[in-house]
Design a protein around this ligand. Sequence first.
Ligand SMILES: Nc1ncnc2c1ncn2[C@@H]1O[C@H](COP(=O)(O)OP(=O)(O)OP(=O)(O)O)[C@@H](O)[C@H]1O
Length: 257
Amino acid sequence: MEKAKAAIDRKNAVISIRGLKKSFEANEVLRGIDLDLYQGENLVVLGRSGTGKSVLIKIISGLLKPDEGEVKVFGQELTHITEKELQELRIRIGFSFQNSALYDSMTVRKNLEFPLVRNRKKLSRKEIDTAIETTLDAVGLLKAINQMPSELSGGQRKRIGIARTLILNPEIMLYDEPTAGLDPLTCIEINNLINEVQERYHTSSIIITHDLTCAKMTGDRVAMLLDGKFEREGSFDEVFNTDDERVKPFFDYNFIK
Ligand SMILES: Nc1ncnc2c1ncn2[C@@H]1O[C@H](COP(=O)(O)OP(=O)(O)OP(=O)(O)O)[C@@H](O)[C@H]1O
C-alpha cells in the first residue's frame, strides 16, 4: 500500500501560506499557519475534529477570509484580488465535499453537465457530451451516466462527486475527508482514484482525512495540525515516529496497537 513516487516540482508552490490566523470571536482556530503545496504533490492534512482543517481549505478556496497572514494561490495573494479574479481562480480549484454534494433530482449526466455549462459557456453539445463521458470513464463509472444519485452506493456517489469536480480540469484538488463513511475496500478504491487523478490530471492536492490508511496511500507528504499550527510535517513515517501524546493516539487508533 506504499504510494508510488509522484512527479513533484518542489521549486513551484501552487499554494503558499505564511502566518495565517483565523478566529471566530474568542475561538482562535488557526494560530499561525505556514504551508506550501508543491506542483504535482498530494499533501495530506491531519488533525483532531475542530482543529480547523475545513476552515483552512475554505480560506484557500476563498470562501472564508483570513484575519492575518498571507495566502497565495498560483502566486496571487487572495486578500488582494477582486471578486472577478477570485471567481477565475476558483475554477482552477476543485473542491470535493465530504457529502459528495450531488444534485439528487438530476441524473449523473446532468450533475456533470451543470458545472460545465455554467463555467464554460462556449462548448458545443458534442464537446459537452465528450467531456462528461471521458470524465465518467476516468472515475470508472461511465455505466452510471443515466442513473440518479439515489441509485448509487456511497463509494459511487463519491466517485461522481470527484468526476463533477474534475470535469472543469482543476489544477488543485481539495478533498474533504474522501473516505469518510466508506467500507475498507471502497476506501482503498477511492485512495487509488485520488492517486490516478494526480497522475492523469497532474493535479496538486490537499487531502483532509482522519483515515491513516488514506494518508499513507495518497500522501506524498503529511502535515499535522496541532493547536492551530502545523507542528509535524514530513513523510508518513516521519510524522508518526514520535512519542507526542497529541499524535500517537491517531496512529494507535488506526492501526490498533
Ligand atoms: N463559520 C463559522 N463560524 C463560527 N465558528 C466556526 C465557523 N466555521 C468553523 N468554526 C469553528 O472553527 C473550528 C474548526 O472547525 P472546522 O470545521 O475547520 O474543524 P475540522 O478540523 O474540519 O473538524 P472535523 O474533522 O470535525 O471536520 C470549530 O471550533 C468550529 O466551530
